[in-house]
Design a protein around this ligand. Structure first.
Ligand code: AMP
Length: 113
């Protein structure tokens, strides 16, 4: 099933791109929950962590490397930032194409609600 992020990958709907490489695309969240709120998605159509195995080591690693790059580009690396992946219903996932949230520019509470 094509999700809204699949349509962004195909260029069918626009995004504000922050970073891209051969494995991932990063773009601003349309409804930011912090001054910096970027989503990083794999270019292959993974659903969430339930959908991966050892063959996905490379793309999983690239998602976290991209998070580091995005945090630096957005100027929040030194102050600190949060990296989140919501998986499934109880995890709060609403778009079923894997994505990493990179959030910064304010302090976050722990544990999350
Ligand atoms: P999650 O709840 O973890 O699945 O996160 C989905 C995120 O996608 C939410 O933070 C939404 O604001 C964001 N989102 C939904 N549609 C778009 C879009 N077209 N462009 C950018 N972000 C989006």
């Amino acid at each position: 099933m094509t999700t809204i992020f699949g349509k962004i990958l195909k260029g069918d709907i626009p995004c504000t791109k922050v970073y891209e490489d051969d494995w991932v695309l990063a773009f601003d969240d349309v409804a930011p929950q912090a001054p910096v709120h970027v989503l990083i998605i794999p270019k292959i159509p993974l659903v969430n962590l339930n959908d991966v195995d050892e063959s996905h080591e490379k793309v999983l690693g690239r998602l976290l490397l991209a998070a580091r790059i995005v945090a630096a580009k957005k100027g929040v690396a030194t102050a600190g930032y949060r990296v989140v992946m919501n998986n499934g219903e109880n995890g709060g996932q609403s778009v079923y194409h894997m994505h990493v949230h990179v959030m910064g520019g304010r302090a976050f509470a722990w544990p999350p609600g």
